[in-house]
Design a protein around this ligand. Sequence first.
Ligand SMILES: NC(=O)c1ccc[n+]([C@@H]2O[C@H](COP(=O)([O-])OP(=O)(O)OC[C@H]3O[C@@H](n4cnc5c(N)ncnc54)[C@H](O)[C@@H]3O)[C@@H](O)[C@H]2O)c1
Length: 442
Amino acid sequence: MKEQMLPAKGKLGILLPGLGAVASTMIAGVIATRKGLSKPVGSLTQTGHIELGEGKGDRFPLIKDFVPLASLEDVVFGGWDIYEDNVYEAASHAKVLDQHLLDALKPELETIRPMKAVFDRDYVRNLDGKFIKQSANKWDAAQELIRDIETFKKENKVSRVVIVWTGSTEKYLEASAVHESIAAFEAGLKNNDPAIAPSMVYAYAAVSQGIPFINGAPNLTTDIPAIVQLANKTKTPIGGKDFKTGQTLMKTIVAPGLAARSLGVTGWYSTNILGNRDGLVLDDEQNFKTKEVSKLGVLEDILRPDLHPDLYGDLYHKIRINYYPPHGDNKESWDNIDIFGWLNYQMQIKINFLCRDSILAAPLVLDLALFADLAQRAGMYGVQDWLSFYLKSPQTQEGVPAENDIFKQLNTLKEVLRNMMKEDEPEFNTVKHIRAAEQVIG
Ligand SMILES: NC(=O)c1ccc[n+]([C@@H]2O[C@H](COP(=O)([O-])OP(=O)(O)OC[C@H]3O[C@@H](n4cnc5c(N)ncnc54)[C@H](O)[C@@H]3O)[C@@H](O)[C@H]2O)c1
């Protein structure tokens, strides 16, 4: 693969359907980093190291020095939204970043303006933006998106484009006949089939043109046979769903630890409050259901009650999300975990995470975009399940079970990067190796 890998030549366009809190926080962060005003904390591509085998020079290089990623200097941003706000206005509205930082970035941020969105209010009932394409049908909407992408490429002189969905969570939808094949889907686009969500129109437009598409929300979007088939046909990397941040991030860090110690879990109650626009959207029952389904799977996959009925057979898992405007983007989550140990003695763990939703999500968008571009240049296509590390409800290749344990996910990701570059696995089985690693990592 190393010999076939195309270099990261020219500029990379990162297009984002949904220029809201997460997208604007990511864009502002990249520009702040470029200007030397900040560090890209939380981004594995920018700050993470990778362990290599013996005798290969630097055994712990930075990931960005090991694989040929696009440089932050070469990245250009664009996107779509149902509101006309430029990224400076969107970021100011989101109130995630300090206004004085946004003001320092204003000249760059205000030049990034959304293109008109493909939107259907039936899918996101709590938003009423008017900056929307008036297409005759969903097929025409997809063609307009393809033209938008071409115009963006020309105007910004970019050589490659990737798309990451940072738009709102759409209402709950199950895959049906129209999603089953490319032909059925294309007919559905022309017939304006109501089961084709706006996010799927973006995914179709991108993938039909060979543009990688990653879905950061819990909507189905790329997780339907039609888009998977199209991605294989056009040799395009796709992936999803739902950025792994906040409470689920904590869950997939803590649960593998409990399982590693063979401690039992009888209950895991998770509740949280958030007051941003995402919280407003999720205040609708149908949109919450999409999120709930995405969040519920992780514990079963990590704890495997089928293999350990005595430890996890009675697990009760409950999740609540409550819209609470005073907290804005500063989501607060509470977890009550009922566990048991030796001779079934009961214990409890309480986690109160005062997090910042978009601060956690922004570096994931950047990493996913850079890795999706890398995958394409490495000749990889179809579902990129090695990117599960970033995702709450990983889409996998057919027949492959999802992995939710964050440590296993990170191992897989690094393993894929080593394979791309034809490097050996490290051998961390001696004290010498561990000490060497500690010295480098600090
Ligand atoms: N912040 C996190 O930690 C986190 C974690 C996991 C997933 N997510 C998901 O990421 C997405 C973005 O989150 P956010 O906090 O930025 O929300 P947000 O509401 O601030 O931004 C979403 C933007 O998408 C726009 N939009 C909606 N439908 C659109 C369409 N069809 N085309 C173009 N634009 C559209 C909205 O107008 C809005 O500006 C949400 O789906 C959220 O569930 C966020």
